[in-house]
Write a protein that binds this ligand. Sequence first.
Ligand code: NAD
Length: 297
Amino acid sequence: TMRESYASENDSGFKCLKPELRPIVVVGGYGQLGSLFCRLFTLSGYQVRKLGSQDWDQAEALLADAGMVVVTVPIHLTEQVIRRLPKLPEDCILADLTSIKSGPLQTMLEVHDGPVVGLHPMFGPDISSLAKQVVVYCDGRLPEHYQWLLEQIQIWGASLNRISAIEHDQGMTLIQALRHFTSFVYGVHLAEEDPRLEQLLSLSSPIYRLELAMVGRLFAQDGQLYADIIMSSPQNLAMIKRFHQRFGEAIQILENQDKAAFRQAFAQVESWFGDYAGRFMKESQSLLRQANDAAHR
Ligand code: NAD
């Protein structure tokens, strides 16, 4: 499996940048993303403890000498879990992996006086290595105390992108909320229309197969996670409503059989994309060639 190949690929372990660090406690460490990070920390030589949902009676003992605490629980529970943490050692780093950043970061800063950092790995637990993956981070407090952590993540192969929590959450309105929502609705639509998937695929070019795969993969994951992501902020709903409105306007063009209006809108978008339109054409061609090769292997 993916997991096993990942483990064997890294059997030799990673360089440890902070060997003197006291234990890392991963709250939600039995979860999908939590397990992945526990494995990475362990492979890098850190002492790792998991604090699962059943372990709160031992929280004081697990956390008393923590060098770092990483919170990675379902989004809708994150802030209450952070508030539930006992007083941490002054020099302990408090971090989280939540897909939204403003609320959790604010809460971490409120409950802890020491170093705080918000992380958002831009990947799911199904990846085989961190190579070429991105981890976004938001500085909280005392960044000089967690530089080693950022460097450790780079040693795992990921690249880092620093952003403010507010800008992050604004960007995620398009990158996560709207995108996942349109996949969700497309899935709902397919299920209602109920075509035969086999037949659809047999009629499809690789690009449609890829598109279907992009939608279908959403439904192999956790509905709660996506409900939390999409409904995490009122600005997500506002963005989705604007999209819905534009959908309606585009349908009006069809109702009117107005090909001139369609072409005019098309040209406007083309000029908005500018150089990227051509670049994306090339980039998708090479992706499709790879997808095509993979399908015939
Ligand atoms: P998950 O459901 O697999 O894991 C969450 C874990 O938290 C579970 O083991 C659960 O038992 C545990 N938990 C629940 N309540 C708890 C409590 N009170 N105390 C301790 N543990 C508790 O979810 P996941 O997909 O690993 O997501 C975890 C975090 O990672 C979320 O904040 C999510 O936004 C973020 N994230 C997930 C992905 C992804 O693709 N899965 C990607 C990026 C970020």
